[in-house]
Every structure is written in C-alpha cells, then in structure tokens.
Design a protein around this ligand. Structure first.
Ligand code: ADP
Length: 552
C-alpha cells in the first residue's frame, strides 16, 4: 500500500529513471563500441598504408632483381685477364636502366674498365665524377683483397655514398671463395624515376581494393623534395595531408615513399565518423528525453485533471444537494402552513428564490462549460449599454448580499460610457461569477466594490473584495478549468473550479481580457477589459472618478 502510494507520488521520477538509466547505459556502451571501432579502423588503416608502402619498396627491389645475374660473371674472365669478354656477355644478357657497367680485376688491381650499354667496348676511366664514385665504391673491396680476400657469401651490394651515382656491386669469387674481381653497374636515375618508380607504385596500387579517390603516392629525395607523384597536380603538395612515409629498402635508401590524401586523412575521417555517430546518438537521446518529458508532463497533467474532475463531481454534488435540501424543507414548511406569519413566509420564499438562483447559476456554469468544452458555445453579440448589464446582474445579487450583510460600493456607474458590442447574457454571467467569488472568498470582510470605467480603448468592469486574496503563484492557474487554490481556507468554501475558466472564455470571445490583482489576506480585484470598437463614435467622457457607495 505504502509502495503504491510512493510510486504514485514519484511516478514522474520513476518514469524518468526507468528510461534515463537504460539510455545512459546504452549511450555508454555505444561510446565504448565507437571508440573501439575508431581505434580498430585507425590501426587497420595504418597497417594497410604500411603494407602499401612496403609493396612499393619491394617492387623497386624486384625491378633490380636480375642485376645479380647480369653481374655474375665467370671468375675465369678475371683470373685469365679476359676482361674484354665481359662486354660481350653484358650485351648478351641485355642491360637496361644503367648509365654504365664496370668490371675490375682484383688480382692485378688495375683500374676498373667501363662499359656503356650503347657502346660495345670498354673504356678506361677518365677523371669523371662517375669514375671517382666507382673508385670510392671499390676501395673497401681492395682492402678486403689485401687482408685475405675470402668471401663466404656472395650477393649484390649497393653503394650509395655519392647520391649522384648509385652503384650495384657484385663480387666475383673463384672456387675457393677467394675474391678475383668486381662487376658493377651505375643506375640510371632518370630511368629509375620514369620507369621503375611508376611501375612499382602502379603494381602496388593495383593490389589495393577500390578506395574511391585513392591515395597519393609520392617519392621524396633526401632533401624532402617531391621527385615523383601519382598526383597529376603535384604543385598542390601543400594541400596534401601526408599519412605515412618510409625509406626505400634496397636502393635509393635515402629517399622516402610517402602516402598522402587530398582531403582529410583516414584517421581524421575515422575521428569525424566517431564524433558524428556519437553526436547523432546524443541528439537522438536528447530527443527521446524531450519526448519522454513531454509525455510525462502530459500524463501528469491528465492525472491532475482527472483528479480535479473527481473533486469537481463531489463539489458539484454537494453544491446541488445542500440548497436542494433547504428548498425542500422550506417548501414543506410553506405547504404545511407551518410558518409564524407573513414575514416568515416571505423570508422562506426569499431563501427559496436565492438558493434557486444559485442553483441556476451553477447549472448554467456547468452547461456553459460543457458547451465550451465541446466547442458548441455560441454568442449573440449586440450593441449594448454595459451599465444596464452590470445593473441587471447586481439586481440578482441584491438579496443575497443584503442577507449576508455585504456593502456594495459602485464606482463610475453614472459616468457616460461608449456602448459596446457584447453578448449581454454571457457577460452578465461572467460578472455573476466574479461577484459570487467575491462573496464566497471574503471571509469576514463585508465590502465589495464594483466599478465601471474607460481605460484607453477598453471599458473595464472590476469587482474588488477584501477577502482571503490569492497567492501570486496561483494567480494564473485559477483561470484553468477545475483549478482551485489548495489552501485550507478555500477548502471551507465549496466550488466547482469552473467559474473563472468560463469568465476567461467569455471575455476572450469578446476579444477582451480578464486580469487579477491580489494579495493574500488583503483581497482581490478581478477586471474584465472589453475593447471599444475603433469605429465607435467617441462621444463619451473619460472614466468617472467619483464613488457612489450604495448599501445593498
Ligand atoms: P470556484 O467554484 O472554486 O470558486 P472559480 O473558477 O470561480 O471556481 O475560482 C477558482 C479558484 O480561484 C477558487 O477555487 C479560488 O481558490 C480562487 N478564487 C477565485 N476568486 C477568488 C477571490 N475573489 N478571492 C480569493 N480566491 C479566489
């Protein structure tokens, strides 16, 4: 029972927690998953880039794979001093991509003999930079030859001390692994740039699955200058976003292969995706929360409304039953002739009349409310004199006010006012409701002021009491249907909570407004502001100031 009461009380918060908690967990999980995905895709991308650059480097190495075979000459050429035979052999093997080839016998340590592929004969070295580079390259071999000259493993050596002349060297050994000579080639750098590189990169890229626009592969020399790129517009290198670079592994080891993109790097795209996904989820959650809050608000409003409706039914039943019971008793007394004299009979009659009027007003309010709610409420607007409307309404209250000892003060009732277009019946009912409240909520105070005045383009009817007043926070809500101020004082007074809602509806149908000024324990002033038609001939005076107390 207690749990049920608690859950009813905190139902809104329970609802919020019930959704908020799974939502937060879901968001947390999604965050973790997206983070992992982000890391994973970044790592995967890095691995892919690395393997692509590796493939380019390997393809370059393959391009020179047969250099070893070309340079692998018979040791007898060197031991039997037949170096000129090498020219014939090189030619037979077909050599491309070199500026020159050379052979050198380590037996007699003569200067190397050079051979350019376009010439068939050797030439002795001149003092060219090329010859100097070769003599630097062979120097360590000469030294080795002087030591013991034994070389266990023969393979192709790369000599790049002078970046202008990249040399591939092949040591020639005899059957007892003794060095007998050297064969070498100087690589043609132009051929490397124009033939070897494009093919190596093309082959590596062809292994790549479709990557849309594709990356830019470029090659940078030792100074970082781009000497080759797959991007036709290589002038825009500033716009490239380099993702990775690595040096060549075999020849041109001081040069780098770089991979770049034109726009965002893959890591940036992954991060952006991460942020977008998370942002979307957060936005979705926020929307869900807003929807939930709205639904909860709506639900709690509906609950409050149904609670107010219940109260309304019990209040109205009470409001109906009490006067009906009195009417029945006084009617019976009259029927049985049990009254002391004519004065008593009049008093009973007065009572019956007053109570019937109150019942009529209550029933009118209920009927009006029903037609307002169903949108069937209609008005008959006619040019009317407000004074007459006010006076007619006050007449119906006269008896009650007198009986209950109220003093009614009228202000401005004699001052000339413009006629306005109103539904006199509906307006009378609004005023009745305000007067009824003034009486109901006056407590011990016995003065009620009703004033009629002009205020700019409006005619204003005000009803002021000196009763219990209304707290500031409640002053807007009291115009809502069924709303009753929940202080103990109000509970002593029965009511339906419909009166002011009907007043507001009627006044707004007249394009006017109803306002309240009130302070607790000091009283309240309700004012109905009705617009004067602009076309109305202004033949009327300013609001009257003098007060006309009239004791009801
Ligand atoms: P009710 O039938 O309860 O009087 P109303 O719609 O006429 O319904 O008024 C709504 C609530 O506004 C009342 O329950 C009361 O709390 C408050 N109220 C209205 N008029 C006055 C007033 N003159 N003085 C103090 N409180 C008032």
């Amino acid at each position: 029972m207690k749990i049920r009461a608690l859950s009813k009380r905190y139902n809104r918060w329970i609802g919020v927690v019930a959704v908020l908690l799974p939502l937060a967990i879901l968001l947390g999980l999604q965050y973790r998953w997206l983070r992992e995905l982000d890391h994973f895709s970044e790592r995967a991308h890095k691995a892919q880039v690395a393997s692509l650059l590796e493939a380019v480097s390997k393809n370059v190495e393959y391009a020179y794979a047969d250099a070893g075979q070309i340079l692998d000459l018979q040791p007898t050429i060197f031991t039997q001093h037949q170096l000129d035979r090498a020219a014939h052999l090189f030619k037979k093997k077909g050599v491309v991509g070199v500026t020159s080839l050379f052979v050198m016998s380590l037996r007699d340590e003569k200067e190397p003999l050079f051979f350019t592929p376009s010439y068939t004969t050797f030439s002795l070295p001149d003092d060219s930079p090329e010859a100097r580079a070769v003599s630097v390259a062979v120097a360590p071999w000469k030294a080795l030859n002087h030591r013991d000259g034994v070389l266990e493993h023969v393979r192709l050596f790369v000599e790049e001390k002078d970046p202008s002349f990249r040399i591939l060297l092949y040591p020639i050994t005899d059957d007892s692994s003794r060095l007998v000579g050297l064969a070498g080639m100087i690589l043609d750098q132009r051929y490397f740039r124009e033939k070897v590189l494009p093919k190596a990169i093309r082959d590596a890229l062809s292994e790549l699955s479709d990557r849309g626009e594709g990356p830019i592969i470029s090659v940078e020399d030792s100074q970082g200058r781009v000497i080759y790129s797959t991007d036709a517009f290589s002038d825009d290198t500033d716009l490239w976003r380099t993702e990775a670079r690595r040096p060549f592994g075999f020849v041109f080891t001081d040069w780098n292969i770089a991979l770049a993109t034109r726009h965002a790097t893959a890591a940036e795209v992954a991060h952006r995706n991460f942020a977008v996904n998370l942002g979307l989820s957060a936005a979705l959650s926020a929307m869900l929360l807003c929807g939930l809050m709205l639904a909860l608000r709506y639900a709690s409003r509906e609950m409050k409304l149904s609670q107010m409706k219940n109260e309304f039914v019990s209040n109205v039943s009470h409001e109906l039953r009490t006067p009906l019971a009195s009417i029945r008793v006084f009617g019976e007394l009259l029927r049985l002739g049990r009254f002391g004299g004519v004065d008593k009979a009049r008093e009973y009659g007065d009572f019956i009349e007053t109570e019937s009027r109150r019942l009529t007003q209550l029933i009118n309010n209920i009927l009006d409310f029903a037609s307002i709610e169903s949108g069937r409420k209609t008005y008959r607007f006619e040019r009317s004199d407000l004074r007459e409307v006010v006076e007619a309404t006050l007449r119906t209250f006269e008896l009650r006010l007198r009986k209950e000892g109220f003093r009614l003060h009228l202000k401005g009732i004699d001052a000339p006012l413009p006629t306005v277009v109103v539904d006199a019946g509906a307006l009378g009912q609004s005023l009745s409701n305000l007067l009824d409240n003034a009486v109901k909520y006056s407590r011990d105070a016995r003065d009620i002021d009703v004033s009629l005045r002009r205020d700019g383009d409006f005619v204003v009817i005000s009803v002021r009491d000196h009763g219990i007043g209304i707290p500031r926070g409640e002053q807007r809500k009291i115009f809502d249907r069924f709303h009753r101020v929940s202080t103990g004082l109000v509970h002593d007074v029965k009511g339906s909570g419909l009166g002011l809602a009907i007043v507001r509806h009627i006044v707004e149908a007249h394009h006017g407004k109803v306002t309240v000024e009130s302070r607790p324990d000091e009283g309240s002033t309700f004012s109905i502001h009705l617009p004067i038609e602009v076309t109305e001939p202004v033949a009327l005076a300013a609001p009257a100031q003098q007060e006309q107390p009239s004791e009801a």
